[in-house]
Design a protein around this ligand. Structure first.
Ligand code: IPM
Ligand code: MG
Length: 359
C-alpha cells in the first residue's frame, strides 16, 4: 500500500524549497519504484491568512492520517505583531504536540566541499558529524503555568515553567542511546543540574536509563559549557541529548559550525515512528520569492524521511549521494557560495540533484 505524505510548504521560502523536495520524491517514484501519495495543506502564516488560525483543524487531521509530513518553514514579518497564541510558530508547536513528536533529530554534518563556509578553522570542523537529539514536546516550551500577569505593584511579570516527567526523560534518552548504537556509541546529556532541579532529575534519569545500554558511554555537561565546547572542539561529540529549549539553542549553534544552516535537515518522531521532516532553517522572508533559497536541507529532510519513517534507507543513501555529487560539481546557492564555485538558484539546484539521482 502506498504511504501517505502530507506536504506543508508554510511561509517565506517554504514553498520554493518544498517544491524541489517534492520533485525529488516524484523522481524516486518514477525511477526507483517509491510508492507514496502526496497531499498538501496549510500551516503557519499561510494558514492564518486563509483561515485565521496557524494550524487549521483539517491540517492537523490530515497530519494525523499521514505516515510522514514534509514541512517547509513557518513565520515572517507579516505576522510578527500578532498575539503569541496565534502566531505562525504556534502551527509548528501544535503539530509537534498534536502528533506527539517528542524526538527531534538534528544532525550537524560538515560536507568537506563546504569546509570554507564555516566561520571556524577547517581543522576544528573538518569531519564534523554530530547528532543533537532534542526533546520536543515538553519542557519550558509547553510547561504550565505560563503567561504574563500584573502584580499588585502594577508591574507586569512574565513566567514560564520548566517541567519534565521521568517518563519523558527516559524515552528521549532511549532514542539517543539507540541512535548512538548505530554511530560511535557516545552520548552526552546536556543539562543545568547545578541550578535547575528539573534537570538535576533529568541527569538522574539519564544515568538510570543508560544502565540498560552497557555499550553506550554516557557523559554529562552543563549547557553553558556545552555551548562553549561546541565552538571550541565540536568533534568531541557523537550524540547530544537535551531538553527542548537547550536543544533549540545548541542546534542553531551546531548548525552554524557547518557553515550553512541551509544544508541541515531534521526529523521529529513520535512513539509509532510517524515523523515530520523539515529543514532546520526558517522561512527567510528576506529572500522569499527570489528563487535563491537553498533547497538541499529540505531535500536531505526527504532522505531522513526515507530512512526513519518509510524504511527505504537505500533511497535515502541515493539522495545523500546525489547531494554530494552536486556539491562536487561546484554548484552552490548563494548561502554556500564561495569564489571559484558556480552560483545557482533554487530550481537549478533541485534539477541538478534530480539529474544526479538519474545518472
Ligand atoms: C526550531 C524553531 C522553533 C522552535 C520555533 C520556530 C518555534 O526555532 O524548530 O528550532 O523554537 O522550536
Ligand atoms: Mg530553533
Amino acid at each position: 500500500m502506498s504511504k501517505k505524505i502530507l506536504v506543508l510548504p508554510g511561509d517565506g521560502i517554504g514553498a520554493e524549497i518544498v517544491d524541489e523536495a517534492t520533485k525529488v520524491l516524484d523522481c524516486l517514484c518514477g525511477e526507483f519504484g517509491l510508492d507514496v501519495e502526496m497531499d498538501e495543506a496549510l500551516v503557519g502564516g499561510a494558514a492564518i491568512d486563509a483561515t485565521g488560525v496557524p494550524l487549521p483543524e483539517t491540517t492537523l487531521e490530515m497530519a494525523k492520517e499521514a505516515d510522514a509530513i514534509l514541512l517547509g518553514a513557518v513565520g515572517g514579518h507579516k505576522w510578527e505583531s500578532l498575539d503569541i497564541s496565534v502566531r505562525p510558530e504556534k502551527g509548528l508547536l501544535g503539530l509537534r504536540a498534536g502528533l506527539g513528536l517528542f524526538a527531534n533529530l538534528r544532525p550537524a554534518i560538515l560536507y568537506p566541499q563546504l569546509a570554507d563556509a564555516s566561520t571556524l578553522k577547517p581543522e576544528v570542523v573538518s569531519g564534523l558529524n554530530l547528532m543533537i537529539v532534542r526533546e520536543l514536546t515538553g519542557g519550558i516550551y509547553f510547561g504550565q503555568p505560563r503567561g504574563i500577569r500584573t502584580l499588585e505593584s502594577g508591574e507586569r511579570q512574565g513566567f514560564n515553567t520548566l517541567v519534565y516527567k521521568e517518563s519523558e526523560v527516559e524515552r528521549i534518552c532511549k532514542v539517543a542511546f539507540e541512535i548512538a548504537k548505530k554511530r560511535d556509541g557516545r552520548v552526552c546529556s546536556v543539562d543545568k543540574a547545578n541550578v535547575l532541579e528539573c534537570t538535576e532529575m533529568w541527569r538522574e534519569v539519564a544515568i538510570e536509563t543508560a544502565k540498560a545500554y552497557p555499550e553506550i558511554e554516557l557523559s554529562h555537561m552543563y549547557v553553558d559549557n556545552a555551548a562553549m565546547q561546541l565552538v571550541r572542539a565540536p568533534k568531541q561529540f557523537d550524540v547530544m541529548v537535551t531538553t527542548n529549549m537547550f536543544g533549540d539553542i545548541l542546534s542553531d549553534c551546531a548548525a552554524m559550525l557547518t557553515g550553512s544552516i541551509g544544508m541541515l535537515p531534521s526529523a521529529s518522531l513520535n512513539e509509532s515512528g510517524q515523523g515530520m521532516y523539515e529543514p532546520i532553517h526558517g522561512s527567510a522572508p528576506d529572500i522569499a520569492g527570489q528563487g535563491v533559497a537553498n533547497p538541499l536541507a529540505t531535500i536531505l529532510s526527504v532522505a531522513m524521511m526515507l530512512r526513519y519513517t518509510l524504511d527505504e534507507s537505500e533511497m535515502a543513501d541515493r539522495i545523500e549521494q546525489a547531494v554530494n555529487t552536486v556539491l562536487d560539481q561546484g554548484l552552490r546557492t548563494p548561502d554556500i557560495y564561495s569564489e571559484g564555485t558556480i552560483k545557482v538558484g533554487t530550481e537549478e539546484m533541485g534539477s541538478a540533484v534530480i539529474a544526479a539521482l538519474k545518472a
